[in-house]
Design a protein around this ligand. Structure first.
Ligand code: ADP
Ligand code: MG
Length: 345
């Protein structure tokens, strides 16, 4: 464990985590988060795999891969018709590997449902041989609590929940947390909550700041400090088939997702450090890790409420500034994402 920690400004943790990006609500920013977090973590030279588990294939298209032209996809992998490795495609620009998906995945889900045993562990089994070949594996879940989402949660180490801070958001959250609890009981006892990510945040909207404060009250440091603002560059990047980092790397959207990557890496390093100094197991350290600033996050949101124009790409936006500080320890390689990157796992 000690070897993991060698100071705050170096690449000290490889994460080694499978993270399901899930929320049964559609349009909350799951795919945007999955694609842009994949690119941002790749930019820190981590080996990243993004798995598209949504028949809409938005993560596939957003990564610049034509979903109508797939030789192999998540469908074949789930049905055991091909190995995961054989279905992966390199994403450039982006620097990560992708398991692509399209509408065939709907048929795969129907086939899974008709299976009497083992239908929940198909993805986990398919992933097993490659789990150690990547530093981070992200799963873009569909907008439903269906068998595809169940497969994702059974395969995952943790769940990242993107949320729009609006009235019905919290209502859906309890259903999702209930599902996570069921998955823990039934199949994946160590499944953790990676964090709750506030997306498409509009500080002009009072409800956003209220819901945001409630989230922090309930979930404390599990709410990421990084806030993803509403940003037009994030919305338009998929139409170019690129992560926002390669569409407009100065945009608030790109900076926010880099900051999220930085925050996740920093958390990981703090946990590794806590484990090393306490001489405890990683699991204990998670509980003991220093807070990454849940309360600061709340203050940040309050301060943001002062802001008048959320739509403008305003570089002095406090949440992004705070987030940028989180991103500082990350060694980036955004100018030449392909350098040193080998898409084969
Ligand atoms: P989901 O995968 O949860 O259904 P998406 O990531 O596809 O959600 O986002 C829904 C829509 O909102 C998409 O058109 C996307 O481009 C847009 N979008 C997502 N996040 C942002 C953001 N932070 N700012 C502006 N538009 C966004
Ligand atoms: Mg989606």
């Amino acid at each position: 464990m000690t070897g993991l920690w060698s100071g705050p400004v170096q690449y000290t943790s490889s994460m080694k985590r499978v993270i399901a990006v899930a929320n049964q609500k559609g349009g909350v920013g799951k795919t945007t988060t999955a694609v842009n977090l994949a690119a941002s973590l790749s930019a820190t030279r981590r080996r990243v795999l993004l798995m598209d588990l949504d028949p809409q294939g938005n993560a596939t298209m957003g990564s610049g891969i034509d979903k109508q032209q797939l030789q192999r996809s998540t469908c074949e992998v789930l049905l055991g018709e091909c190995d995961l490795e054989a279905a992966l495609v390199p994403v450039n620009p982006g620097g990560f590997s992708l398991l692509p998906a399209n509408q065939d995945l709907t048929a795969a889900e129907v086939r899974l449902l008709s299976m009497l045993t083992g239908r929940e562990i198909k993805l986990r089994n398919a992933l097993a041989p490659l789990r150690e070949s990547f530093d981070v594996i992200l799963i873009d879940c569909p907008p439903a609590l269906n068998m595809l989402t169940v497969n994702s949660l059974v395969a995952a180490d943790s769940v990242l929940i993107p949320m729009q801070c609006e009235y019905y958001a919290l209502e859906g959250l309890s259903a999702l947390l209930g599902t996570i609890e069921q998955i823990r009981d039934a199949a994946n006892p160590t499944l953790q909550l990676e964090g709750i990510l506030r997306t498409m945040f509009d500080p002009r909207n009072n409800l956003s700041t209220e819901v945001s404060a409630q989230l922090i009250m309930h979930f404390g440091e599990k709410v990421f400090r990084t806030i993803i603002p509403r940003n037009v560059r994030l919305a338009e990047a998929p139409s170019f088939g690129k992560p926002v980092l390669f569409h407009d790397k100065e945009s608030r959207g790109a900076l926010a997702y880099l900051a999220l990557a930085g925050e996740m890496i920093r958390r990981e390093e703090e946990e590794a450090h806590a484990a090393a100094t306490a001489g405890t197991s990683g699991a204990d350290a998670v509980a003991a890790a220093p807070a990454t600033g849940g309360t600061d996050g709340a203050n940040g949101v309050g301060a943001e409420g002062e802001q008048t124009s959320a739509a403008a790409d305003e570089p002095t936006e406090p949440a992004v500034d705070a987030a940028n500080r989180d991103a500082e320890p990350v060694e980036l390689n955004t100018t030449d994402p392909a350098s040193g990157y080998d898409p084969s796992p």
